[in-house]
Design a protein around this ligand. Structure first.
Ligand SMILES: Cc1cc2nc3c(=O)[nH]c(=O)nc-3n(C[C@H](O)[C@H](O)[C@H](O)COP(=O)(O)OP(=O)(O)OC[C@H]3O[C@@H](n4cnc5c(N)ncnc54)[C@H](O)[C@@H]3O)c2cc1C
Length: 387
């Protein structure tokens, strides 16, 4: 068959613009972030001066239209950025992921023109966003939330607590979900744009975590927090749609985070096994080691195809729900497998913090938990294939 222009290219074939973008993000990560990774992990903190440099790099407003100060890119660009950053550090990967695939994505899709004009230029220049759905009693069953919103005067008063909120320490804008009418069940859930400075809003305790330690994960306290009516995102009672539809897309970003992490662990394992000598040879010369590396590289390639396919389907406006859930489940398993292999191949050196692979292994675990656990992804896939 003759090849024509209409046939789509290979999934991993990037346009010139995508290649330049991905390479510039990876080069930045390699040069500017890699030297900080160990300290960020040890102190569980992102150095504040790194944040403006991420804005300058152009990864904090990828899909925001140029008219609002963003890069006017695609969802696929966000996936490339999250992958490239997570190859070096998954905490910076998730910071950028939440900003783009959850917060900006929700504002672009659901925001009124006035909300876009007010918030997108800030998100494009200096403001970090966070997405607050989970609570202590409602994780997988997110719509069982206890946070309430009551109409008062020209707006709503929010009361409740959110838990596990990524970026909360650094964020200036939070998308907070609360129920305005618990009798209506999930049809009372409403999304609100809450600024950090609103009265009655406090960022609480920061979690001390196994992995992605530099990424802040905090509790939010809403105590008679007054939110103007103009800050309802989407319609009152339609917050469940905002939450579901944004998370359906966001999980492709987590697939990209886990893909990048797996690639980073594989890079480290290849480099190390070519240097380390035992029995008078580099350990990469042993066929037993070569086969393990070959299998890991195959896993990473398969994860990349799944993540890119889901992202490209989303950008094409085609159905992607099943593919997004599959790419998250698979990539997070690959990240765990490949980083575990990397620890094994480093031997004793894999078990200590002087080398990077134990951190990849710790960071990998979160991929199976947040933005819907693997069981919840499997539930989505099962629904799609069983009808
Ligand atoms: C580091 C970190 C960052 C996070 N960031 C955010 C954030 O920015 N915003 C936000 O809103 N949330 C965030 N979360 C919350 C995260 O999304 C939840 O932890 C996750 O959805 C799981 O909820 P849970 O912890 O309550 O576990 P549970 O829902 O209690 O689940 C416990 C176990 O039960 C299983 N399970 C539950 N229901 C079913 C079922 N029906 N069938 C089969 N198995 C089931 C789960 O798969 C899991 O294995 C974050 C969490 C962490 C740890």
């Amino acid at each position: 068959m003759q090849q024509t222009d209409r046939l789509p290219g290979a999934l991993t074939q990037l346009s010139q613009d995508e290649t330049l973008f991905r390479d510039s993000v990876y080069q930045f990560a390699d040069r500017e972030i890699r030297p900080l990774v160990r300290e960020m992990d040890a102190h569980a903190k992102i150095p504040p001066d790194l944040l403006p440099r991420l804005f300058d790099l152009g990864v904090m407003a990828i899909e925001i239209p140029e008219v609002h100060g963003g890069a006017g890119g695609t969802f696929f660009h966000s996936v490339l950025a999250v992958e490239a950053l997570s190859r070096v550090d998954a905490s910076i990967g998730v910071l950028v992921d939440v900003q783009n695939t959850l917060v900006i994505n929700a504002l672009l899709r659901w925001g009124a023109d006035a909300q876009k004009s007010a918030y997108l230029p800030r998100l494009a220049s200096e403001t970090i966003g966070a997405y607050a759905l989970s609570e202590s009693g409602s994780g997988s069953d997110a719509f069982a939330m206890a946070t309430r919103a009551t109409e008062r005067g020209d707006g709503f008063v929010l009361n409740g607590r959110k838990l596990w909120i990524t970026n909360a320490n650094e964020a200036g804008l939070f998308i907070v979900f609360a129920n305005v009418n618990p009798d209506a069940g999930y049809k009372g859930i409403t999304a609100f744009l809450v600024e950090r400075g609103f009265s009655g809003f406090t960022v609480g305790r920061k979690e001390d975590k196994l992995g992605i330690r530099a990424s802040s994960t905090c509790e939010l306290l809403l105590e008679d927090c007054h939110v103007p009516r103009a800050n309802v995102l989407g319609d009152v009672g339609k917050g469940y749609k905002v939450a579901i539809e944004t998370l359906n897309e966001g999980r492709i970003g987590i697939g990209a985070q886990m893909l990048g992490l797996a690639q980073g662990a594989l890079d480290a394992a290849i480099h190390y096994t070519r240097e380390r000598k035992q029995f008078g040879k580099t350990i990469a010369e042993f066929q037993g080691v070569q086969f393990q590396l070959a299998r890991a590289a195959t896993d990473v390639e398969a994860a990349r195809l799944m993540v890119y396919n889901a992202a490209r389907l989303r950008d094409a406006g085609a159905p992607f729900l099943k593919e997004a859930a599959m790419c998250k489940v698979f990539s997070s398993e690959v990240a765990e497998r490949v980083s575990s292999l990397a620890v094994n191949l480093f031997g004793g050196y894999g078990f200590v913090k002087d080398y990077p692979v134990e951190k990849f292994f710790r960071d990998a675990k979160i991929g199976q938990i947040y933005e819907g656990t693997s069981n919840l992804q499997l539930q989505t896939i099962a629904k799609q294939i069983l009808g």
